[in-house]
Write a protein that binds this ligand. Structure first.
Ligand SMILES: Nc1ncnc2c1ncn2[C@@H]1O[C@H](COP(=O)(O)OP(=O)(O)OP(=O)(O)O)[C@@H](O)[C@H]1O
Ligand SMILES: [Mg+2]
Length: 360
């Protein structure tokens, strides 16, 4: 059964270190997603797992066996490339059943495998067309069908849904996860789309500049990111800069700019240290009274975002706070003075990274 491990793996292209001394273990039957900004090394990482690249250093293991130089075709995996790589001279059907054909499956087996895969992506009726006759999104679906037809237990999906429109993308990611779980596959799914990464996977890896910043369950990454980069990259949030004034077992008193204070949960940071506070827009509220843990500010902008309104508030601390409030609620207009309440349990404290907030 496919269990994948990277041990101190690096990949260099000349002077570029695309993946830097990375360790990662993917359990058998696990659905893992990988997110990170463009160029952080996601594709390079999965290309080493799939055998397109050999690591410059370190080892790739599949089921405990070192496979650094084993070619892709001998690794028994289904691979959806980031750039759609269909065979242009073959029809949708021939592309889809390519792997079962190479593996000498009988005609009946090929028919059943190919039909199942194409049905999943809703393209059975297009099986006679050539890739050039399909839209980009449909080509990507054929790429997915072709990977599924390999019947491999390990699926590597590099931005498999990026060319599809939003609605289809959501349906298909749900179907993909269901299928992976039903068949007991191990899946590694690279995506730019943070919502896709969180909703499809059992565990998510966040990468930055060739390294893994953090990995954890989607919920942990969203609700309790351990690293401010994750907080900033996965979902949206507000950062406030400050200094720890005092700490106790139960509280940590933070001085923000403009001599305003918030109490938050205790942290490893000590009195005098620079910190950043992080809170998600849906965890902030307006309050009418002056009370502890409420900061004054002025509403700059109100946006309609479907089921909620997003308020942009300029706080007196000179930080901007984004606040999402479900509709209906008592509407506040741009220009109004407000108090924004911070619940200490939803506010996360990070030591200020040496490079500041700009690098997040
Ligand atoms: N064949 C190559 N030759 C030289 N440099 C490369 C090659 N492949 C990747 N790189 C470089 O390695 C780094 C990581 O690239 P990679 O494609 O892995 O990023 P990515 O996270 O997949 O980005 P994206 O989200 O845009 O797909 C980049 O700086 C890229 O330019
Ligand atoms: Mg990529």
């Amino acid at each position: 059964m496919p269990e994948v491990e990277l041990r101190n793996v690096s990949k260099r292209f000349g002077r570029i270190v695309a993946v830097n001394t990375t360790n990662l273990k993917i359990e058998d039957g696990e659905y893992l997603s990988i997110v990170g900004p463009s160029g952080c090394g996601k594709t390079t990482l999965v290309k080493m797992i799939s055998g397109v690249w050999e690591p410059s250093e370190g080892d790739v293991l599949i089921d405990g066996k070192k496979v650094n130089v084993v070619p892709t075709e001998d690794r028994d995996l289904g691979y959806v490339f980031q750039s759609i790589a269909l065979f242009p001279h073959m029809t949708v059907w021939e592309n889809t059943v390519y792997s079962p054909l190479v593996k000498d499956k009988s005609e009946n087996e090929r028919k059943s495998i190919g039909e199942d895969s194409l049905r999943l992506v809703n393209l059975l009726e297009k099986k006679g067309l050539f890739p050039s006759q399909l839209s980009g999104g449909a080509q990507q679906k054929v790429g997915l069908a072709r990977a599924l037809s390999s019947k491999a237990k390990l699926l590597i999906l590099d931005e498999p849904l990026s060319a599809l429109d939003a609605r289809v993308r959501i349906d298909l990611r749900y179907e993909l996860r269901k299928l992976v779980k039903r068949l007991g596959l191990t899946a590694i799914h690279v995506t730019h789309d943070q919502e896709e990464a969180l909703s499809v996977a059992d565990r998510t890896v966040v990468m930055r500049k060739g390294r893994i910043v953090e990995m954890g369950s989607p919920r942990q990454l969203y609700e309790r990111p351990r690293h401010p980069f994750t907080a900033n990259f996965v979902g949206e949030g507000n950062f406030l800069e400050g200094n720890i004034k005092s700490t106790s077992d139960n509280w940590c008193f933070v001085e923000l700019r403009n001599q305003q204070f918030l109490s938050v949960r205790p942290t490893v940071a000590r009195a005098g240290e620079s910190v950043i506070l992080f809170i998600r827009p849906e965890n902030l509220r307006f309050t009418k009274e002056f009370k502890a843990n409420a900061l004054p500010g002025t509403v700059e902008d109100v946006q309609f975002v479907g089921s909620y309104l997003r308020y942009k508030v300029m706080l007196e601390t000179e930080d901007i706070a984004l606040i999402d409030l479900q509709i209906p609620h008592e509407r506040i207009n741009a220009g109004e003075r407000v108090m924004v309440e911070f619940d200490p349990t939803d506010t996360i404290v990070y030591q200020r990274p040496p490079e500041g907030l700009r690098e997040l």
